[in-house]
Design a protein around this ligand. Structure first.
Ligand SMILES: [Cu+2]
Ligand SMILES: [Zn+2]
Length: 246
């Protein structure tokens, strides 16, 4: 078994719960404003997740940090249970929609992966597992067309931008594309993982500003600088997945 350095293995997972639970009939005193998860690989078997929960109570902002360590499956289950608890506070019986799609190599790369998209209670969760990357930071976006036919991925068009804003960091007050997921890290083995959650998307709903079906997921060779227009100067499109329902 390989013994690899913890730091070299740092996987960054960003998970945003935006807007709390707006459809809650009775407002609770505490609203969970944001949850961030940072995952680090300790060794082949063990990962560590640092979960930061920001709560807002009136004008008071508090931050809770929880650390879980165990196998990847155990840690993920704990995080899932936590996010379920967040969303389970209000109405049950809502359908969960799920879509599993493959990322295929583009631009002469060997970068591929799997992406799972789940919608529960008005929140869409994207979980991506990507292999064949160069070590370091890579951009990931939603582009406007689910057409991965071109060898360089340009058939997917530009960033999905249904609100006609500038390119930017997700959630930025200066504007951002609804496809501006951002960046993730690949480790020394060329593996990267990302979890992203938002209530600004939906799977196959009637709202064209929210519906991500018919769009594409693009992984880039470079890093999104979150500033350059129109697409963050992220370099070649090295992997592509069309978000399509059967
Ligand atoms: Cu892109
Ligand atoms: Zn963009």
């Amino acid at each position: 078994m390989k013994n690899l350095k913890t730091t070299a293995f740092a996987l960054l997972t960003s998970l945003f719960l935006l807007g709390g639970c707006q459809d809650t009939p009775q407002k609770k005193e505490t609203d969970h404003e944001a949850v961030k998860v940072k995952m680090e690989r300790i060794d082949e078997q063990t990962v560590k997740a640092t979960v930061t929960i920001q709560n807002k109570e009136g004008d008071q902002q508090t931050e809770t940090v929880e650390v879980y360590q165990g196998t990847e499956a155990e840690v993920k289950e704990k995080i899932a249970r936590y996010t379920d608890a967040l969303h389970g506070e209000h109405s049950s019986g809502n359908m969960t929609k799920k879509l599993k799609i493959s990322l295929n190599a583009k631009s002469g790369s060997s970068t591929s992966g799997m992406v799972t998209l789940t919608e529960t209670e008005g929140t869409v969760t994207l979980e991506a597992h990507i292999n064949g990357l160069t070590e370091g930071t890579h951009a990931i976006h939603l582009h406007e067309k689910a057409d991965c036919s071109a060898e360089d991925g340009t058939s997917t068009g530009g960033h999905w931008n249904p609100t006609f804003e500038n390119h930017g960091a997700w959630g930025s007050a200066e504007g951002f594309h609804r496809g501006d997921i951002g960046n993730f890290e690949a480790n020394t083995s060329g593996h990267g993982m990302l979890t992203f959650q938002t209530d600004l998307w939906c799977l196959d709903c009637d709202d064209p500003v929210k519906n991500i079906v018919g769009k594409a997921i693009i992984v880039h060779q470079g890093t999104d600088d979150l500033v350059s227009q129109p697409s963050g100067a992220a370099g070649a499109r090295i992997s592509c997945a069309g978000i399509i329902t059967e």
